[in-house]
Design a protein around this ligand. Structure first.
Ligand code: E4P
Length: 224
């Protein structure tokens, strides 16, 4: 099970990389545009921060020829291990196929259906990224789609992994994992929400209070 940060905000990446065992960072043109920074310098800083963990960078062109050129320049600057995110339409499938022949790592993105995932996997994508919340917004069944993809991959001994994305709440993240996603990528603040809440806070404060009622403010390491 892999936890990935869906952000290009360097401070957050630094902070959450220290707290959690993150597997890497994903980005897309929208996420990068929020940082108002130069494309490659920002990604190089992220690469430096996460070391050899996964970095997923999306191409922005629409033709196979141009996506291949973009992928080459991404890999030249950020390293061969960078995952090239390619939107999964027909031109994207053609691009993924060629990138895999060239030995690139590829994440097939903008997945809304099991059919898209199946075709991306058939040309060797390393990951498929189904969009949980965006499917929900369209009244599509995200749980069923991820379950179908997971079943399909298992049934056919497919090595492609499911990297579920597009989350707006913590419940969606858990759902995706329970449906068989191998990895999830989400805004760092959603991971915080999983462990910071009034009820958790209340339980922890009760322990402090009960401890203090007997030992005042002494920590265990000062006791004999
Ligand atoms: C990640 O691969 C996707 O680009 C991202 O999670 C999409 O999220 P959004 O639906 O919140 O834009």
């Amino acid at each position: 099970m892999k936890i990935i940060l869906d952000t290009a905000h360097l401070e957050d990446i630094r902070k959450y990389n220290r707290i959690y065992e993150i597997a890497g960072v994903t980005s897309n043109p929208t996420i990068l545009s929020r940082e108002c920074a130069d494309f490659f310098p920002l990604l190089q800083n992220i690469r430096q921060e996460i070391g050899d963990k996964e970095l997923h960078v999306q191409v922005t062109a629409s033709s196979c020829t141009e996506m291949l050129l973009e992928a080459k320049s991404i890999v030249n600057i950020l390293g061969k291990d960078t995952y090239i995110k390619v939107p999964t339409n027909e031109e994207g499938i053609k691009t993924i196929k060629q990138l895999k022949h060239l030995g690139y790592k590829v994440t097939a993105t903008a997945i809304y259906t099991a059919q898209q995932a199946m075709l991306a996997a058939s040309v060797g994508a390393d990951y498929v990224a189904p969009y949980y919340n965006r499917m929900n917004n369209l009244n599509m069944d995200s749980r069923q789609t991820i379950t179908e993809i997971a079943t399909l991959f298992k049934l056919h001994h497919c090595e492609t992994e499911i990297l579920a994305a597009s989350f707006k709440n913590t419940n969606q993240i858990m759902d995706a994992l329970l449906c068989g996603a191998h990895a999830v990528t989400a805004s760092p603040q959603l991971y915080t929400q999983m462990v910071e809440s009034p009820v958790i806070d209340h339980a922890i404060k009760e322990f402090y209070k009960d401890w203090a009622s007997v030992y005042q403010d002494k920590p265990i390491y000062e006791l004999k």
